[in-house]
Write a protein that binds this ligand. Structure first.
Ligand code: FE
Length: 340
């Protein structure tokens, strides 16, 4: 190979590498916004398309697992192409803020649209949809009058009848963290230990499997995010399952969020902030929540009729940022009482 051929080959390889990388990361133009999303493509794409249609602003995005996206943001640092991070669970949002990959956004629009308990007190992130983690029971086996609270699932009444998802999932870490916030660690330990003693089977890897176990009669009660119930019942309406809203005469149902923040090293901070404000507003909120059968974070917006049909309930007023703050204590506590 002579010199010229070798140079040409190198140039071709460089160009090819560029072509391969470009569509994935998007070397965003001035006006474009790049989003890293732990929310799946089918839940965000319709919104991004609508935003582009309305404003002409292009949005490039990648989707991935929460942990992987956070690691990627940390590794990329100042060189990140990302302007916005969308992720699920306040525990993950809090973690992202702790790691310094988000920046504070002081926006009167966001402050007005999103209730105070559903956003970071330091304005690094904002809840955009609410997921209620509630009790579901087998309607052939349980009289709902016997159900009360998350805490009561530790009582002897539920011995050998409780099904739970694994404690490795952030949803349960947040639930237990919320209990540490409202009781204390000692009291919470007793409750979680009671749950473990009442298990009908080893913890399941996801909420849907927990629901299937209840439907099959392996257990009688479980704790899940309502959108998994909604999805399963759409597919299998014959399942003998119903939702119960716990803690209605005390602190209310455990509420969590999916949400977003503007990336600390965003090239297009203003663009990302405008998109975030739009996502929190009237036009986007019904779709953002409705596509996943969640509740809008903006209280001015009605939930999807299918979701509203599950009935009104009182939700916990705790600030969801507490779940992140107390997460490590919740994990240790669950480990200590043998909740796998
Ligand atoms: Fe989920």
């Amino acid at each position: 190979m002579n010199n010229t051929t070798s140079k040409r080959l190198s140039l071709t390889l460089l160009l090819l590498a560029g072509l391969i990388i470009m569509p994935q990361l998007g070397f965003a133009g001035n006006n474009e916004i790049v989003v890293y999303s732990a929310r799946k493509e089918h839940l965000i794409k319709p919104l991004f398309d609508a935003y582009t249609e309305k404003t002409g602003v292009k949005i490039e995005y990648i989707t991935g697992k929460e942990g992987a996206l956070l690691e990627r943001l940390k590794a990329e640092g100042k060189n990140t192409p990302a302007d916005m991070l969308i992720t699920v669970d306040a525990g993950n949002l809090w973690q992202a803020a702790q790691e310094g990959v988000l920046q504070q956004i002081d926006s009167p629009i966001l402050a007005k649209a999103i209730p105070e308990n559903l956003r970071d007190p330091d304005n690094n992130w904002f809840g955009l949809s609410v997921r209620a983690r509630t009790i579901v029971y087998n309607t052939d086996k349980v009289n709902p009058a016997d159900l009360k609270s998350y805490e009561d699932l530790a009582s002897d009444r539920w011995k050998g009848k409780l099904i739970l998802r694994t404690s490795k999932k952030v949803y349960n870490q947040s639930l237990v963290a919320s209990m540490v916030a409202k009781h204390n660690e000692e009291e919470t330990s007793k409750i979680v230990s009671g749950w473990v003693n009442n298990l009908a089977a080893a913890p399941f890897s996801n909420d849907t499997k927990a629901l299937e176990a209840i439907a099959a009669g392996l257990g009688e009660v479980t704790v899940i995010n309502t959108y998994y119930f909604g999805r399963l019942m759409k597919e299998k309406p014959e399942h003998p399952l119903a939702i119960f809203w716990p803690n209605q005469d005390s602190d209310g149902v455990h509420m969590n969020v999916s949400g977003a923040g503007v990336v600390a090293h965003a090239d297009n901070k203003d663009g990302a902030q405008k998109l975030l404000e739009w996502l929190a507003g009237e036009e986007a909120q019904a779709t953002f929540a409705g596509l996943n059968m969640e509740f809008p974070a903006n209280p001015a917006i009605e939930p999807d009729p299918l979701v509203a049909a599950w009935g009104a309930f009182k939700g916990s007023p705790l600030n969801v940022a507490l779940y992140g703050k107390l997460q490590s204590r919740a994990i240790i506590l669950m480990d200590q009482v043998g909740y796998k």
